[in-house]
Design a protein around this ligand. Structure first.
Ligand SMILES: NC(=O)C1=CN([C@@H]2O[C@H](COP(=O)(O)OP(=O)(O)OC[C@H]3O[C@@H](n4cnc5c(N)ncnc54)[C@H](O)[C@@H]3O)[C@@H](O)[C@H]2O)[C@@H](O)CC1
Ligand SMILES: Nc1ncnc2c1ncn2[C@@H]1O[C@H](COP(=O)(O)OP(=O)(O)O)[C@@H](O)[C@H]1O
Ligand SMILES: [K+]
Length: 472
């Protein structure tokens, strides 16, 4: 797992480490890591300009500039406020040959060390002018710790900010590097270990990494006897006269998951059509370990939600079912809205959700006592309490009709197999995104094609060997 911590937790961890090592050691580790990455990423002979702010973020970059100078590279410095700058850092950079310049204009390579975790979101004055210059001249940019001006804890972009191709962050990731619109401002994220690990609290956000193996708790790797019921039975109540395809796609997603059996609940006619295409499915009533209700539903969905909830098993509610929520859930529940559906649930606008996806997903998780999987370019899975999972797999080609239905079926199958809503939602989102890439790397996909790619991607994931998970 890759982890992100809030500013307050980072500050506490830094203090804990500094109590052992002294503050200088932290900054020197950060600066050396930064210099090594800059050395690696800057073209030979390129002269970067470093935008230097008043705090330790600027200090990190000034010591890194000193390392680069000692290694023979020219570095230019632009100071936000010459009266407020990290003194020892500036002295070291100048001693190593760096020069102070008045303006970043004309530079093709930029290092953003204006503000780090001490930042108030939104840039003003000369820093805002730097942001406008950056948009105009579009230099390659490396951000130090975070892109300056973003909301580090919330991942929103409330004002002027800088953009990065690469962000080099220290000790642990920050939420803004993994979620919300801010994550798109951060580019590739590279973590420099400064030894914070033992001092860090529970993360605010986590994400799967390629060597994360099978999640604990699913019924496939239990010690007891394995048979179809021990793997869990998933009930699917999806599709309608108008949206028959949703029934097929939810079933296709579910069949790509670990559940032992799928029961289809719906009209006799739709049930026949589902079984014609997927003869493994049983149409008709019976016991299940989890329900998926809602994709492609009609007026009857509210009753299906009510019926599923009386069975006291975990439920996944999607699409139409999101309009028939109980006041609070008394069973484990996974809600899978896209931004428009979440906006409707909360009585806000879609733009509100797009501007602050994490805040709104957290509000819904706490309002309903459910885990909220908010779909989008960066899908989030937010439990009522504890770390959020930010999904990093996928491709923009997944934004096509029916892929959400496949995801609902897949997540439902993991729920039926015994995972918690958080684990089921985040495993399914990870596999679904990776399957979107594998279905047709770099090009368009269909929802059915994504479902077909899931089983092989799942095998790699279970082996801790799923590497190519995204196309962006
Ligand atoms: N605490 C430490 O010793 C370490 C900190 N590190 C670096 O230090 C950074 C944090 O340093 P600081 O706490 O000095 O804070 P920053 O360097 O992020 O910000 C410095 C100051 O700028 C001002 N400021 C912030 N946002 C502003 C805005 N939007 N407009 C105008 N002024 C604004 C504030 O007064 C703030 O305290 C980290 O991001 C990281 O880069 C690393 O060197 C590792 C060790
Ligand atoms: N811009 C995007 N980049 C990557 N994935 C996306 C993007 N937009 C949507 N997705 C993914 O595509 C799927 C669409 O689901 P949904 O909106 O429910 O569509 P549908 O209802 O047609 O199935 C989700 O898994 C979502 O995370
Ligand atoms: K920065």
């Amino acid at each position: 797992m890759l982890a992100a911590h809030t500013v307050a937790d980072v500050r506490r961890a830094e203090q804990g480490l500094a109590d052992d090592t002294g503050w200088d050691v932290l900054m020197q580790r950060a600066a050396r890591g930064l210099a090594d990455i800059l050395d690696d990423r800057l073209p030979p002979g390129a002269t970067p300009v470093v935008l230097v702010g008043p705090g330790h973020n600027g200090g990190d970059a000034l010591f890194a500039a000193a390392h680069l100078g000692e290694r023979g590279r020219r570095v230019n410095l632009c100071l936000l406020d010459p009266d407020r700058v990290h003194g020892p850092g500036l002295a070291a950079a100048l001693a190593a040959g760096a020069s102070v310049v008045d303006s970043p204009r004309g530079h093709t390579h930029l290092v953003d060390a204006v503000f780090g975790i001490g930042a108030r979101p939104g840039l003003e004055g000369p820093a805002a002018e730097w942001a406008r210059w950056q948009r105009e001249e579009d230099p390659w940019t490396l951000a130090v710790d975070v892109p300056s001006g973003v909301d580090v804890d919330g991942g929103t972009l409330p004002g002027e900010h800088l953009l990065a191709d690469v962000t080099v962050t220290f000790g642990t990731l920050k939420p803004a590097l993994l979620l919300g619109p801010a994550a798109d401002a951060a580019g590739d994220v590279v973590l420099v270990d400064i030894g914070l690990g033992p001092h860090l609290a529970t993360p605010a956000v986590e994400t799967f990494t390629p060597d994360d193996g099978p999640p604990a708790g699913h019924r496939m790797t239990g010690d007891g006897p394995e048979h179809k019921y021990s793997r869990g039975v998933l009930g699917v109540a999806a599709g309608s006269e108008a949206y028959a395809g949703a029934a097929h796609l939810v079933v296709a997603g579910a069949q790509a998951g670990p559940a032992g059996m799928i029961r289809f609940a719906g009209s006799a006619e739709l049930g026949r059509r589902v079984v014609d295409r997927a003869p493994e499915v049983v149409a008709g009533p019976g016991r299940v370990q989890a329900w998926v209700v809602g994709p492609g539903g009609d007026d009857g969905t509210a009753e299906l939600v009510r019926a599923a909830l009386t069975e006291q098993v975990p439920v996944l509610l999607d699409a139409t079912a999101l309009q028939s929520l109980p006041d609070r859930f008394d069973v484990p529940a996974l809600l899978t809205p896209h931004a428009g559906e979440l906006a409707r649930m909360l009585g806000v606008s879609r733009d509100d959700v797009d501007d602050d996806p994490w805040g709104h997903a957290r509000a819904a998780a706490s309002r309903w006592g459910a885990t909220v999987l908010l779909k989008g370019r960066r899908t989030l899975v937010v439990p009522p309490e504890g770390p959020t999972r930010a999904n990093r797999s996928g491709t923009r080609w997944l934004a096509t009709a029916g892929t959400g239905d496949v995801l609902a079926g897949l997540a439902g199958a993991w729920l039926a197999a015994g995972l918690t809503p958080l684990e089921a939602g985040s495993v399914a989102a990870h596999l679904h995104g990776a399957a979107g890439v594998r279905a047709n790397p770099g090009g368009p996909v269909t929802a059915s094609g994504v479902a077909a790619a899931v089983p092989a991607v799942t095998a790699d994931f279970l082996a801790g060997d799923l590497h190519r998970v995204r196309d962006w």
